[in-house]
Design a protein around this ligand. Structure first.
Ligand code: PGA
Length: 251
């Protein structure tokens, strides 16, 4: 496990954007796993800016998003499909038919989850997965209690997650209570994992995930087992890790 601590959230986002650019530069037909939420917005902004400056080609990429709300179609402005279009896909030369987000409007969420798993396998798995970390250390929508070998499936969101994401829903909009998420087992199969966490609100989740031991109560702690994981933090999110530990884990 490698931990990189940057002075600011902007610097951390820039470092992660560079890692993504490096990956797609090295392997043009990479399969990327992508997150939504507040944290990656700075990364996507950097990628858009880089693209405007001629850096990065998305032409041969395939992407798989981590999760989607059940009950929202991709046209719904609060859907994660719409988020991806607005923040990245609509701005770069990506082939939209190779950008995958679980279908939140599917009639049967479990069937959709199984289809999504098969699709990831059909593309040969994910080369690089970018993850955020929830305040309760969730990864994707794998809430505390999720088995570390879980697969893509229908899940209920916890109150902490509903509260954290309420701000993204305008007054009067119905906030979905369930989602389809890649499982922790699915995530652990990705060849490389990059986690970005910024802000003081994530400091406890970061410390619980990094310090271990792996526990189902702390979904992020499953990541300790992964052979190629880089955690990028700003100082605020790293506040509960001591310096010696950060140094040690940088190896
Ligand atoms: P946030 O969410 O980036 O909106 O804080 C992170 C997550 O829930 O994974």
């Amino acid at each position: 496990m490698k931990i990189i601590v940057k002075d600011s959230a902007a610097d951390a986002s820039a470092a992660v954007a560079d890692m993504l650019l490096q990956q797609i530069g090295k392997k043009q037909d990479s399969v990327l796993g992508l997150p939504t939420g507040g944290t990656p917005l700075g990364v996507y902004a950097r990628l858009r800016e880089a693209y405007r400056n001629g850096q990065g080609s998305y032409k041969f990429l395939t992407t798989f998003n981590l999760d989607e709300y059940i009950g929202l179609s991709s046209n719904d402005p609060e859907s994660y499909a719409a988020y991806m279009l607005e923040n990245l896909f609509g701005h770069v030369n990506i082939d939209i038919s190779r950008t995958h987000v679980p279908r939140g409007s599917a009639l049967d969420a479990e069937t959709e989850a199984a289809r999504y798993e098969s699709l990831i396998a059909a593309y040969g798995g994910i080369d690089l997965m970018l993850l955020g970390l929830g305040r309760n250390a969730h990864i994707g929508f794998n809430e505390p209690g999720s088995p570390h070998n879980s697969r893509t499936r229908r899940v209920a969101l916890t109150q902490s997650t509903l509260d954290a994401n309420a701000a993204y829903f305008p007054a009067g909009a119905v906030q979905p209570s369930h989602a389809i998420t890649m499982g922790i087992g699915t995530i652990l199969e990705c060849r490389k994992i990059v986690v970005l966490a910024t802000g003081q609100g994530k400091a406890d989740a970061v410390a619980a995930s990094v310090k271990g031991p792996p526990s189902e109560d702390v979904p992020g702690s499953a990541l300790i087992r992964h052979a190629d994981i880089t955690i990028v933090l700003d100082r605020a999110a790293a506040a509960n890790l001591d310096y010696a530990q950060t140094r040690e884990l940088e190896a």
